[in-house]
Design a protein around this ligand. Sequence first.
Ligand code: SAM
Ligand code: SF4
Length: 341
Amino acid sequence: MALMKPQQTTGTDPLADSFGRRISYLRLSVTDRCDFRCRYCMPERMQFLPKREILTLEELATLADAFIARGIRRIRLTGGEPLVRRGIDDLVRAIGRRIGDGLDELTITTNGSQLRGHAAALADAGVRRINVSLDSLDADRFGFITRGGDLATVLDGIAAARDAGIAIKINMVALKDLNEAEIEPMLRWCAAEGHDLTLIETMPLGEIEDDRTDRYLPLDGVRRDLDQRFTLSPVDYRTGGPARYVRVEELDAKLGLITPMTNNFCDGCNRVRVTATGQIYMCLGHDDRLDLRGALREGGPGDIDQLLDRAMRMKPERHAFRIDTPGAAPTVTRHMSVTGG
Ligand code: SAM
Ligand code: SF4
């Protein structure tokens, strides 16, 4: 389905792309580094970016302000693993000061490994909800998928965040023959703990050792299976991201489904992503980008705004992911950990 008729923003207007979509959500990556090596995300010997290319905390805060000035209302800090970035609490505090002053919400997506040490600082800075990635509740399987992650530490981090008053959404990438049988137990665990659960289809981003088609589990089938066992009622609830929610009546729980492959959600896209090196990507599923770091470090006043205006003109209508050909190269060569999930 085609989107609305083209329009453009310039100068200091709120950001809107050439399909009439208002862009109000920024995913800001603070590092491409990570203490896990999830098999669907990156290879075991991942090459990380040179540290000198990474934006400083001050540059990241300046960029956040520049986006807020152009109407960004929600910022999600991500990575790599955002909580391994040294000084992350300072950055969260700096951006958190904008909540209620242009910014509606600051959130973070984390693997939970360092969460206990940061939960209080996140809550103090105004973070009210976070996403924690958790693909298994079985310690061995969790260790296998993450290549060394410790389940008990992550669960302890989740408990610390909850105790600090932060609402938790669990993100689970659905993986055929790997954690497929754990979807229902995960749903029941989340319901019992009071967490929302979102299932995600694996996307073809970056080279990994496995063939992604072997692990790709279409969520339309998962939903049909769950439909046999539970009453799933569609709900209007949205969190500003791509998840579509259903209520699982028997468990009194919300279940989100992120279905880039089986059910394109690009019509309602409201977001852009900035990497830890200051590259703005207008779409997760395309390689087009613009360099905000150059404008930050060498540009004059107005340069960032000009780039944001160009970015809006370049934002594509939809992603171009394909995952149906075994052995095919990934649609996009950079890893999810580089763009920021
Ligand atoms: N390290 C943090 C974490 O794992 O939550 C934040 C960054 S991670 C790249 C963000 C999200 O992307 C996680 O929920 C992860 O499971 C998901 N992800 C990573 N690679 C993916 C892929 N190829 N397809 C789908 N989701 C992916
Ligand atoms: Fe790290 Fe997150 Fe990628 Fe796992 S999904 S390797 S935790 S960035």
